[in-house]
Design a protein around this ligand. Structure first.
Ligand SMILES: [Zn+2]
Length: 166
């Protein structure tokens, strides 16, 4: 059982739900299936393709500003578990959260100032600014556009979701 991306009636991504919850929404005809995996889910009296992306039939109004906390989990997910200095993807436990402008230099823990970094890059950079260390981030860190982006776990589902998350 994985996670399913939920689109609003306007096709805007709004959340991520469990496969079970998505199937219930589909069976109640509150949502329609947009993308599915090859695999099928079998229950007593029905078979349904494993949903990956569903779209709500009715528009749901959501608050404009959904605040997403800056945590190790959300930052690593945003950066796709990739070191933002060298581009490598070490084991998740070997990834750290680096302050681009070090805290000791006044850098804040904000979406714009933290990136995923491997232990080697983080250690090499130390308390230096990118300029001082000659180390540049691959892409400017920013607040994720959608909350869903930071909740995505499965890589396969994520590739299918990508076109909806742009
Ligand atoms: Zn690195």
């Amino acid at each position: 059982m994985g996670n399913v991306l939920v689109l609003n009636a306007t096709y805007e991504p709004i959340s991520v739900v469990s496969t079970r919850r998505a199937v219930i929404l589909l069976l109640k005809e509150k949502a329609e299936l947009i993308e599915a995996a090859e695999a099928e889910l079998r229950a007593e009296n029905f078979t349904i393709r494993m949903p990956l992306v569903i779209r709500l039939v009715y528009f749901v109004r959501i608050p404009y500003k959904v605040s997403l906390p800056v945590t190790r989990r959300t930052v690593l997910a945003r950066d796709r578990y990739t070191c933002q200095y060298c581009g490598r993807q070490p084991a998740r436990k070997d990834l750290t959260v680096d302050h681009v402008l070090p805290r000791s230099r006044g850098g804040r823990t904000s979406w714009e100032n933290v990136v995923a970094a491997c232990q080697r890059c983080n250690g090499h950079k130390g308390n230096r600014t990118p300029e001082e260390a000659g180390m540049w981030v691959l892409s400017d860190p920013a607040r994720p556009r959608y909350v869903a982006l930071a909740l995505v776990e499965g890589v396969d589902a994520r590739q299918v979701w990508d076109k909806y998350l742009r």
